[in-house]
Design a protein around this ligand. Structure first.
Ligand code: ZN
Ligand code: ZN
Length: 243
C-alpha cells in the first residue's frame, strides 16, 4: 500500500484552525471536533479518490496533525512529539498570529468545498499553476472568477467606452499602443477581492475586476501574500523611478 497524499495547505489551514480554536491542544481521535474535521477532509474535492487509502485523514491522522502543530507551538514546553513538516511550519507562520485571517480562510474553504462538490466538474487541482497561501481550493475559485468571460468582457467594454483604451492599472502598459491593432481590446482582468474572503457564491461586480497586463497579473499571483493593485504599483514605481 502506498502512502496517503501529503496534506495540502487547505487541509493544514483547517487543522490549524481547530488547533487554535480548541486552545492549542492536541485533541484525541475520539473528540467530536476531530471526528467532524476528519469527515470534512474526506469531503474536500482536492485529492483523487484512487490515491486515498482506507485510513485517509481518519481521526487518528487528524489528531496526529494537531500534535505536529503542538510541537511547532512556541508556547509548548513538553517533548516527545513528532515534529511537523516544512509545510506545517509555513502555514503556522502565515496564519497562527493572524486569527481573523485564519478563521475567515477556513470558513471560505469550507463554504467553497460544499458548493464545489455539489456543482461543477471544471476544477483541476493537479495543475502546475501557482497557488495562493490560502490553498488550492480558493486559488481555483479566484481563477474561475477571472475566467468568467461575461464579467471580463463587460469590464473591458466599460473601460474602453470610458477611456478609449485598456491600460494596465499597475504599470500602464497598453497592448494596443505596443502591438497596434492586434493588441486592441486585449488585457487581462484580476479579481481583487482578497482570496481568503472569496467563496464560490460571491457574485463578481465589475468594480471587483482590475485591468492588468499579463506580466503584472503574473507578478500579483506570484507574490506571497498576494499584493494588491496599489501595492504592486508602488513597488513598480519604487523600482523604476521616473527620470
Ligand atoms: Zn502591467
Ligand atoms: Zn488574478
Amino acid at each position: 500500500m502506498t502512502r496517503n497524499p501529503d496534506w495540502t495547505r487547505d487541509e493544514l489551514i483547517l487543522a490549524l484552525e481547530l488547533f487554535i480554536r480548541s486552545g492549542h491542544k492536541q485533541l484525541k481521535a475520539s473528540h467530536p471536533d476531530v471526528v467532524e474535521l476528519s469527515k470534512q477532509l474526506n469531503q474536500l474535492p482536492i485529492h483523487d479518490h484512487v490515491l486515498r487509502n482506507s485510513d485517509f485523514r481518519n481521526p487518528k491522522g487528524v489528531s496526529m496533525k494537531l500534535g505536529n502543530f503542538l510541537s511547532i507551538d512556541p508556547s509548548y514546553v513538553g517533548i516527545g512529539l513528532q515534529r511537523g513538516g516544512k509545510q506545517d511550519r509555513e502555514v503556522w507562520d502565515e496564519f497562527a498570529n493572524n486569527i481573523y485571517k485564519l478563521y475567515q480562510t477556513a470558513d471560505s474553504i469550507r463554504k467553497s468545498a460544499a458548493q464545489i462538490t455539489e456543482s461543477s466538474t471544471d476544477y483541476s487541482f493537479d495543475s502546475e499553476d501557482e497557488e495562493f497561501p490560502e490553498g488550492k481550493l480558493l486559488t481555483q475559485i479566484h481563477k474561475r472568477k477571472e475566467r468568467n468571460r461575461k464579467a471580463v468582457e463587460q469590464k473591458k467594454q466599460k473601460v474602453l467606452e470610458e477611456t478609449g483604451k485598456l491600460v494596465c492599472e499597475v504599470c500602464e502598459f497598453d497592448f494596443a499602443e505596443r502591438y497596434g491593432p492586434l493588441g486592441y481590446g486585449y488585457a487581462e482582468c484580476h479579481h481583487t477581492i482578497p482570496v481568503f474572503q472569496l467563496t464560490e457564491e460571491h457574485r463578481t461586480r465589475l468594480a471587483d475586476l482590475a485591468i492588468v497586463c499579463a506580466n503584472c497579473h503574473r507578478m500579483i499571483h506570484h507574490s506571497r501574500p498576494m499584493l494588491s493593485i496599489t501595492e504592486l504599483r508602488v513597488l513598480v514605481e519604487q523600482h523604476n523611478p521616473k527620470a
